[in-house]
Ligand binder design. Structure first.
Ligand code: ADP
Ligand code: ZN
Length: 720
């Protein structure tokens, strides 16, 4: 029977049946062109044999148009796609699309055309042409990408092509990557590293599913430890995937990798140029990309021969995707390991409670690195009670912290001040009439960015220059900044320590691998005395002369009643504390707080991780939260407020009644307006044994909504 069932990528239709034309032979996983209405769309052959419920009679089937010249998606990946769609209640096609997210990789020859400057000038210079020529110096990319880089239209660039100022370059997408060599430069491991590395190496050799939690304090050398199983996989000619939370900051990782293996790994993240993306995708699919370092989306790529997955900083929130397919890459990584039958390593100094529970239940094996590499001591930690040591007006640094900064400056050591707030001030208001600057698209204040002179929404990217007068009452000089962001803290440092060289490190300033690398070099060469940074600087960096970490406001993350707030605060503060005293000089951490007795803060100050986890475990048990129970959210949104509210009510009215599930809401979501869409939310708290996903599917599947309404499901949500 030459009938196949295909997953059509750009349709929410579910799998469709097609006829295989005579002379064409297909197998499951193959990427094909499927007729759909008047068009042809990309599909994946999902089943080629047993087709239960084949309703369309054979003579009515339309024939496949053709096969795309790429390897079929391997069976373990197809199973992962099915599992992900099922577990996260997402459309199969949306998940499958992530596997093929290579755009141009699918079709045509293995070359693309990029453009670069020739050095020639146009006959007629215009301001736009001038701007483009300046901005594109040293760049080479497709016309569309160059338009983005240069901030001009594609039309302007085509004009420059015609004038001979830009020339085409043919780029071969199959040009090989440099080969990594497993034994290029081996390092001597500490005994603990050695033991963990041997276990992991043996697991790679065994080629069986085996999940590990590599639980090592900050500075214990987790990276060098998991380099060894990577070497083992390379020796076996198997591919390795390393997931990192902050791909913009990979430069330090990449050079360490290069030192060890003699070549850089292949990168995968959302801001790759299309040509690089295409090249990486093809090399991953044909097996020539040996080690891939990627953001969470790298998890769904069609590796030809995967042998190991490492998730570094596995507790990180950024592994959770919060729109489209809402999945947690840490959990999906373990599932991929199960389907591929390979080991998976979750590395962290502050593992998620869920991961520790998996160790407890015997599902994951735990490998410990209990001390810092090279004998560096853990930093001493103390709290600064802000109700006793009150910073002055318009000041956020209490006297003990200022003194500590001064001491470091005098000794020529470096300090890091941590505040998880970009910009200068989170709120701007009018002293005269009380007007507050709010985003027109989101229920959020506009954040003042003083260095770049703009008010910006951190949710949708809306921006406006700060006006001189209040837009409401017209009064001049009446706008005041409320609260601190990192820029304001940097100003305060500059004022109190006029000799200090201050660097603000956020995603605004370290927005490319190049700038991140410059920052690292600058700090390493002693060009900075005080770093003021957001969570971006809490992980990965190793600065031996950095001996003081100040947490400006440890209470910030605890506001808002989020179930994971305590855990996130613990992780952030412990991680940033881990930047102090990594070299030969001892480190000190000062935590500014108004609640020194809160269990999280007390545990941090005592350096008692177990105490924190015990308290947190108890709180979760009481709340029926993971790992004891499960949460899910249903998010209903529309551009029309009433439409969203009505749809959410209809869903609420149709709620199923089960003893093992409690359903709350609908209520406005915490961000009740986001990117122009009004959002309502229902929360479900279920016992572990409940049929959570099936219930949600049956419940939502029975309801229809107006076309403008979107209903999303968030299984195991992170923030609510
Ligand atoms: P972690 O990720 O556990 O916080 P890192 O992997 O960043 O720790 O290691 C801390 C520092 O110790 C790094 O500079 C690293 O290069 C160094 N290091 C770790 N293990 C070794 C080793 N076996 N030999 C030499 N240097 C090491
Ligand atoms: Zn906004």
């Amino acid at each position: 029977m030459n009938r196949v069932r295909c997953l059509v990528l750009n349709a929410a239709l579910g799998p469709l049946d097609y006829k295989v034309p005579d002379g064409m032979s297909v197998e499951p996983g193959q990427v094909v062109e499927c007729p759909l209405g008047p068009r042809a769309v990309i599909g994946i052959v999902w089943e080629a044999e047993r087709l239960p419920g084949a309703e369309v009679p054979a003579e009515k089937l339309r024939p496949l148009r053709g096969l795309l010249p790429i390897p079929p998606l391997p069976a373990p990946l197809r199973r992962l796609i099915e599992w992900t769609a099922d577990y996260y209640c997402a459309p199969l096609a949306s998940v499958a699309r992530m596997a093929l997210s290579s755009g141009g990789a699918l079709k045509g020859p293995a070359t693309t055309i990029e453009y670069r400057l020739t050095g020639g000038l146009p006959e007629r210079m215009t301001p736009q042409r001038q701007a483009a020529l300046e901005a594109l110096e040293g760049e080479q990319a497709t016309i569309r990408e160059l338009a983005g880089i240069g901030g001009v239209s594609e039309g302007v660039l085509r004009g420059l092509v015609n004038q001979g100022c830009l020339e085409p370059v043919e780029v071969d997408c199959d040009r090989p990557y440099h080969l990594a060599r497993p034994d290029f430069a081996q390092v001597d491991l500490s005994d603990h590293q050695q033991a963990a590395a041997a276990t992991l190496g043996a697991a790679v050799k065994a080629g069986k599913f085996a999940p590990f939690l590599l639980d090592g304090v900050t500075g214990s050398g987790k990276t060098e430890t998991y380099f060894e199983p990577i070497a083992e996989a390379l020796r076996m000619d198997r591919q390795v995937l390393v997931l990192l939370p902050e791909i913009a900051l990979t430069e330090a990782f990449l050079s360490r990798f290069e030192e060890r293996f003699g070549a850089k790994p292949v990168l995968w993240h959302s801001s790759l140029k299309s040509t690089e993306r295409r090249r990486a995708w093809r090399a991953i699919a044909n097996g020539t990309a040996q080690v891939v370092v990627g953001a969470r989306s790298a998890l769904f790529l069609p590796y030809a021969a995967l042998g190991l997955i490492v998730v570094d900083e596995a507790h990180e929130v950024s592994f959770k995707q919060d729109d489209g397919v809402r999945y947690n890459a840490r959990d999906v990584a373990v599932m991929r390991g199960a389907f591929e039958e390979i080991p998976v390593v979750l590395a962290s100094a502050t593992p998620a409670l869920e991961s520790l529970a998996m160790v407890e239940s015997g599902t994951y094996a735990k490998l410990d690195l209990p001390s810092r590499f090279g004998g560096a001591a853990m930093p001493t930690i103390r709290t600064v009670n802000l109700t006793e040591h009150v910073p002055g007006r318009g000041s956020w640094l209490a006297p003990p912290l200022v003194e500590a900064l001064e001491e470091r400056l005098a000794r020529g050591e470096q300090s890091l001040l941590f505040l998880n707030r970009r910009g200068y001030a989170p709120l701007t208001l009018c002293r005269n009439c009380g007007f507050r600057f709010q985003c027109p698209n989101c229920s959020a204040w506009l954040v003042e960015h003083r260095f770049s002179r703009r008010l910006a929404c951190h949710h949708c990217g809306h921006e406006t220059p700060p006006p001189d007068t209040c837009p409401e009452c017209g009064e001049p000089d009446c706008l005041v900044a409320c609260g601190p962001g990192v820029e304001r803290i940097a100003d305060e440092v500059a004022e109190r320590l006029p000799d200090a060289r201050v660097f603000v490190a956020t995603s605004d300033t370290l927005n490319s691998p190049g700038r991140a690398a410059e920052f690292v070099t600058l700090v390493e060469n002693g060009g900075v005395d005080v770093i003021v940074g957001t969570q971006l600087v809490t992980k990965g960096f190793h600065f031996p002369d950095l001996t003081l970490v100040g947490v400006v406001d440890a209470d910030l993350g605890l506001e808002g009643g989020d179930l994971r707030a305590a855990e996130r605060t613990y992780q952030q503060v412990a991680q940033v504390a881990g930047r102090a005293g990594r070299g030969s000089k001892p480190g000190e951490v000062l935590i500014q707080t108004r609640h020194p007795d809160a269990p999280v803060i007390a545990a941090l100050a005592a350096g008692d991780r177990d105490a924190f986890y015990e308290a947190e475990t108890e709180a979760r048990r009481m709340a029926g939260a993971p790992p004891f129970g499960r949460w899910a959210a249903i998010i209903v949104s529309s551009e029309e407020e009433s439409e969203a509210r009505d749809a959410a009510r209809r869903i609420g009215d149709a709620r199923p009644r089960h003893d093992d599930m409690a359903i709350y809401g609908p209520a406005p979501a915490p961000l009740s307006l986001l990117r122009g869409r009004y959002r309502y939310r229902l929360l479900i708290n279920a016992k572990r044994s409940a049929r959570l996903q099936d219930t949600i599917r049956e419940w939502l599947g029975a309801l229809d909504h107006p076309a403008g309404v979107r209903v999303g499901v968030d299984i195991d949500p992170y923030s609510f």
